[in-house]
Design a protein around this ligand. Structure first.
Ligand code: GLN
Length: 188
């Protein structure tokens, strides 16, 4: 499988490493033509305003939207923001998922933290999740499946059709179950 990783800014190398360890071919994407032969795409964490600005500058935003309409896409953290339709402010987005997202949803003191999540789709073992100035999903429409919540109830992982979004960074921990889950989405 050829899995693209948007490589404009942020934690793309870590995704590539995990994908390769699972036997997938990881392809860095910076130009529209590099989307051509891909089966799916990951949009990494980083800074969504920067990723959005660079996507506009490289004329990638519209090709990314067209790609997302037909192929699986997974956004982590800033990538989740890029996939959301509604973030309550104006910045360049791919905007395909029917979710409301609040950027930098956690106050300063806890703007980065780790916690164990229960993710039934991944089995019974908890998933250690790393949150870095993370967004939170504050609203979902019908058709959006909630995959994980914080102990306090906040939604942090969702799936809608062939789109996956996580507010945290599965590429920064050795647990590769989210990457496996995404590859299954791509394969099936
Ligand atoms: N705070 C960043 C944003 O708003 C996201 C942080 C991350 O991707 N780790 O885009």
């Amino acid at each position: 499988m050829n899995i693209g990783v948007l490589a404009l800014q942020g934690a793309f190398i870590e995704h590539e490493k995990t994908l390769r360890s699972l036997g997938a071919n990881a392809v860095e994407v910076r130009l529209p033509a590099q989307l051509d032969d891909l089966d799916a795409l990951i949009i990494p964490g980083g800074e969504s305003t920067t990723i959005g600005k660079l996507a506009v500058a490289y004329r990638l935003l519209e090709p990314l939207y067209r790609f997302a309409i037909s192929k699986p896409v997974w956004g982590t953290c800033a990538g989740m923001i890029m996939l959301a339709k509604d973030i309550g402010r104006d910045q360049p987005l791919i905007g395909v998922m029917d979710i409301q997202v609040n950027r930098n949803a956690f106050g300063r003191q806890v703007d980065s933290f780790e916690t164990d999540l229960t993710v039934p789709e991944l089995g019974s073992d908890p998933f250690r999740a790393v949150f870095i100035r993370a967004p939170l999903v504050t609203g979902v429409s019908a058709g959006v499946q909630v995959l994980a919540r914080l102990p306090e109830g906040g939604i942090v992982a969702v799936r809608q059709r062939h789109w996956l979004a996580t507010a945290f960074h599965p590429e920064l921990t050795p647990d590769d179950r989210f990457h496996r889950y995404f590859l299954e989405m791509v394969g099936g």
